[in-house]
Design a protein around this ligand. Sequence first.
Ligand code: NAD
Length: 290
Amino acid sequence: MKIGFIGLGNMGGPMAANLAKAGHQVQGFDMADVAIEGVTMVGSGAEAVTGAEVVITMLPNGQILRAVADQILPAMAAGATLVDCSTVDVDSARAVAQQATEAGQLFVDAPVSGGVGGAAGGTLTFMAGGSAEAFAQADPLFTIMGQKAVHCGDAGAGQAAKICNNMVLGVTMIATCEAFALADKLGLDRQKMFDVVSTSSGYSWTMNAYCPAPGVGPQSPADNDYQPGFAAELMLKDLRLSQQAAISADADTPMGELAQALYTQFVESEDGMGMDFSAMLPRFEKRGRG
Ligand code: NAD
């Protein structure tokens, strides 16, 4: 298949390389000067998408996605499919879907989970929104770049699933970290805390699979000085998207709002930038109630 790929950064680069390795003809464009094995880099977005059956974008945010869509949709063939794998706001996903439909093209929003390791290993999970026809076009490529793709519903449903999941993740990570910090102050051994909570009703992915306490539970960024992993600023991005969507949909999300406020403080006013999102634990550890 002839594929156009726009945005070959930390995630897009290895995803495009996996498509090329599987035998697809991939033309790439990025604003930065990048070289990706097996991918033919070209000078513009319009050039990258010319003649492509499927175009994939992996960009920083919704504003950039909208700008790129304006450039590439007129250059895409009729009936071609645009698959946006970036994490963006639901409104941008739906606006670009509408624009693609009006231009006679198909659109799927398909944000991913699995991080840079998942992108390199071809083990991402895709959460997809769009018509059945559009999903069917993209699905064989999801199989190469990932291990699972869930068709969540119409355009925007993939982004909705992603931000709802990550709102749970942010809130749960904070709850897990504050519980460890409280346990410390109560003189409870961290290993004992893990042994109990990970097998009791307080268990969660953040406790059981990604434990924020160094030396406790399975290997996680906590065991590597909180080097990401999943950076606190990326968690903040997703929490902001969840609150933007909550405002737009008139949904009451007090815990999501508080999680956003805490990660904002951590990233913008404390030392959270560049740290894994589980570094909330040393943050709580240092603080009292004041
Ligand atoms: P990145 O910054 O490494 O890559 C983005 C790329 O887009 C860059 O190479 C940049 O030069 C390029 N770009 C920006 N504007 C452009 C334009 N107008 N035209 C062409 N190229 C342009 O970011 P990333 O970590 O690869 O993340 C990409 C997306 O994936 C984001 O939406 C992010 O939220 C999401 N995501 C990231 C992770 C992760 O762990 N990194 C995990 C899941 C989802």
